[in-house]
Design a protein around this ligand. Structure first.
Ligand SMILES: [Zn+2]
Length: 205
């Protein structure tokens, strides 16, 4: 195992401070899982074995949950690479290590939106539907809430297992699937109402 530097985020980041100790400890552990570029493929059981070998109450579900929380806290980014069909994490705070010329990580680089997020650039500018934003904004007469609720189905898997899912049982994926199915049923109800010329059922809340 190589020595790794721990950045002061553990104490300085407000978001991270609020998270359970287990999440913070996992973040430190991930620094030893990662390669010299601060990234690695996400293998829940490997992370569990390295960081939490003795804790029976921490399994792959918990590791997935910790990763999702750390992604939300912007301490790392979870991303998928289409060619390898694998998911990776990239740690945000990573010291500038002088690599030898021509040396590169054997894992694919995170996409541009991840790097922008790390640099503090608003993710809005990277939204896929950005091009339609202007006309869409006009048609709903300046109600951003209505524009935001345009039907985009919630993803059927958790971010760790997007977009191909997993053969293992993942609790976070299970919750996502339920939300996705619920959305599908709602959309069907709306379509049927429209076909029958009935009033469209109001979304919950
Ligand atoms: Zn999952």
């Amino acid at each position: 195992m190589k020595s790794r530097v721990v950045p002061p985020d553990l104490f300085e980041s407000r978001e991270l401070r609020r998270l359970p100790l287990e999440v913070k400890w996992t973040l430190i552990g991930l620094r030893f899982v990662a390669d010299d570029w601060g990234r690695a493929p996400i293998e829940e059981w490997e992370i569990k074995a390295l960081v939490w070998p003795e804790r029976r109450d921490i399994g792959s579900d918990e590791i997935v949950e910790f990763l999702l929380l750390l992604d939300e806290a912007n301490e790392l980014a979870i991303y998928h690479h289409e060619k390898t069909r694998e998911n990776y994490f990239q740690l945000r705070a990573w010291p500038a290590i002088s690599h030898r010329k021509g040396e590169a990580s054997k894992y694919p680089e995170p996409p541009a939106d991840v790097l922008a997020r790390f640099a503090g650039i608003e993710p809005e500018s990277f939204r896929a539907w950005e091009g339609e934003g202007e006309s869409g904004g006009e048609s709903v007469s300046g109600t951003p809430a209505a524009a935001a609720s345009l039907p985009l189905p919630p993803p059927p898997f958790c971010k760790v297992h997007m977009p191909h899912g997993t053969t293992e049982n993942c609790r976070a994926c299970g919750n996502r699937r339920m939300a996705n199915q619920h959305w599908g049923r709602e959309q069907l109800a709306i379509q049927q109402a429209v076909q029958r010329g009935e009033p469209v059922p109001a979304p919950p809340q």
